[in-house]
Write a protein that binds this ligand. Structure first.
Ligand code: HEC
Length: 132
């Protein structure tokens, strides 16, 4: 009888530990697949990870967009290339901006800048179309 009780306790404990392990590994996976730019500086606002306020369009472009938009990877409209941007801007700036925020075909949401605010994305687009 005593053995059975012990066995029950053991099985009970074992399932608690297994559940715990499953929770931990979910968290582990989440932290492993989190976007690289997602690390926040303590005390900084979640929206603008840098302590110095919103980043400039040029900063965001150089950090997050240049990889695809400088050479036109996967058909990305190239940096300050009027012929590439004109047909896109015909949709209206707000549409293009929303596409950059939410993703659009091969264009990843926020251009992979997970901690960029909507306005920082806007500034990066304005930088890419500046002077066109
Ligand atoms: C992994 C490559 C990649 C990165 C990084 C990337 N883009 Fe793009 N982007 C694309 C591609 C590809 C398209 C064209 C999508 C299409 O038209 O099918 C695109 C299109 C766009 C468009 C036009 C959307 C439209 O409605 O026509 C904007 C605006 C844009 N990107 C902004 C950005 C900004 C801002 C960043 C950086 C914060 C960025 N992209 C980073 C690949 C990228």
């Amino acid at each position: 009888m005593k053995r059975k009780i012990l066995l029950c306790m053991f099985v009970g404990l074992a399932s608690i530990f297994t559940a715990q392990a499953a929770v931990n590994s979910d968290d582990d996976i989440k932290s492993r697949i989190a976007p690289v730019g997602k690390v926040h500086i303590a005390g900084a606002k979640a929206e603008t990870a840098s302590a110095g306020g919103p980043r400039s369009g040029a900063d965001v472009y150089t950090k997050s967009c240049v990889a695809c938009h400088s050479s036109g990877v996967l058909g990305a409209p190239k940096f300050q290339d009027a012929a590439d941007w004109a047909p896109r801007l015909e949709k209206g700036f707000d549409t293009v901006w929303q596409h950059a925020i939410n993703g659009f075909n091969a264009m990843p949401p926020r251009g992979t800048c997970g901690d960029c605010s909507d306005d920082e994305i806007k500034a990066a687009i304005e930088h890419m179309i500046e002077g066109l």
